[in-house]
Design a protein around this ligand. Structure first.
Ligand SMILES: Cc1cc2nc3c(=O)[nH]c(=O)nc-3n(C[C@H](O)[C@H](O)[C@H](O)COP(=O)(O)O)c2cc1C
Length: 315
């Protein structure tokens, strides 16, 4: 089973061949990267974090590059409600909502025929999303890059807990970089995966080459949380600059470091601010094209599933 053919609730609901999404990372993903995911059969995701006008331009660019389906993320707390109208006018069929109250966009988007998956980080937030009528969940473990839930629960506990209690299609996000980690997520009930850090280190990503080389060189211990005391933890690359904020009990490191972020991402000066990076950076060994990342992941996924049955069970 080296080339598995996927057929589950996520592939059927979203109309894709391969249930692997790129994370909707503002300033990191670009139309070339997202179109490469869609063309490989995966779930191409556009960031809505840069506003409705930016998302609209991105969508137009995507339509010129691919006939395949793709989705958009709405970070609820930072978004103007008008973005929902923009996405409907543009014919978008899939939206993920994150960082905010689940109910605020769900019904409006669904009335326009859009499938809505909400990002959750605990069983309680997953139940709230299910009660609000979402079509699916993005379950984010604390291993992942960027803003995490107020409480930190790792994937190994969170994912089987949620899939064991809630009957909705789940896409797992956090720590997934290859077929082994994808198979582990599927064993725990996921029907799709979303990759952030792995896609940061793709050939197509917009970050500076030094950022990508740093991801390849960084061990699994090379990330830390800032802003735990504000109950808004952010997982970032461990540097001399960010280390100063690891155990802070006051202030807002995000606001203090955010000015340097363009220099980190675009100029590759890793000490200038913070870089959102997941601990899976320790498992990334190369910078590869998106199509290659997806192809390798799918092949390894098939091999792992086959091996598990034959290595451990007497038939
Ligand atoms: C630079 C960056 C920006 C991100 N922006 C968003 C965002 O706007 N909305 C969102 O839902 N998730 C965002 N994420 C989180 C990812 O969607 C994803 O959950 C996370 O990266 C998964 O963990 P991984 O990095 O281990 O793959 C971002 C992650 C990174 C690295």
């Amino acid at each position: 089973m080296a080339h598995p053919v996927f057929d589950n609730r996520v592939t059927r609901m979203l109309g894709v061949d391969i249930p692997i999404a790129n994370a909707p990372m503002g300033g990191v993903v670009n139309p070339v990267l997202v179109a490469a995911v869609a063309e490989a059969g995966g779930i191409g995701m556009i960031p809505g974090s840069m506003g409705a006008a930016y998302a609209s331009g991105f969508i137009e660019d995507m339509k010129a590059r691919t006939n395949r389906t793709f989705g958009v993320n709405i970070p609820v707390s930072f978004s103007d409600p008008s973005i929902a109208d923009t996405l409907q006018e543009q014919g978008i069929r899939y939206v993920t909502t994150s960082t905010g109250p689940v109910a605020s966009f769900t019904a409006k988007l669904q009335q326009g025929g859009i499938k809505v998956f909400h990002v959750v980080t605990s069983l309680d937030t997953a139940k709230q999303a299910a009660d609000a009528g979402v079509d699916g969940l993005i379950v984010e473990g604390s291993e992942g890059a960027g803003l995490r839930g107020a409480t930190e629960v790792s994937m190994m506990v969170l994912l089987p807990l949620i899939t064991g209690h809630i009957d909705l299609p789940v896409i797992a996000a956090g720590g997934i970089v290859d077929g082994v980690s994808m198979a582990a997520a599927f064993a725990m009930g996921a029907e799709g995966v979303q990759m952030g850090t792995r896609m940061l280190a793709s050939l197509e990503s917009s970050v500076h080459d030094n950022f990508k080389a740093t991801l390849v060189a960084t061990p699994e211990t090379g990330t830390l949380f800032i802003n735990r005391h504000l109950k808004k933890p952010l997982r970032v690359l461990r540097t001399r600059t960010t280390e100063k904020y690891e155990f802070a009990t006051e202030g807002d490191a995000f606001m203090e470091l955010v000015r340097g972020v363009p220099r980190v991402y675009q100029e590759g000066d890793m000490e200038a601010g913070f870089a959102s990076v997941g601990s899976s950076t320790g498992r990334i060994e190369d910078v590869a094209p998106v199509a290659e990342i997806i192809r390798r992941t799918v092949e390894e996924f098939g091999a792992v599933i086959e091996r598990l049955g034959s290595n451990h069970l007497r038939r």
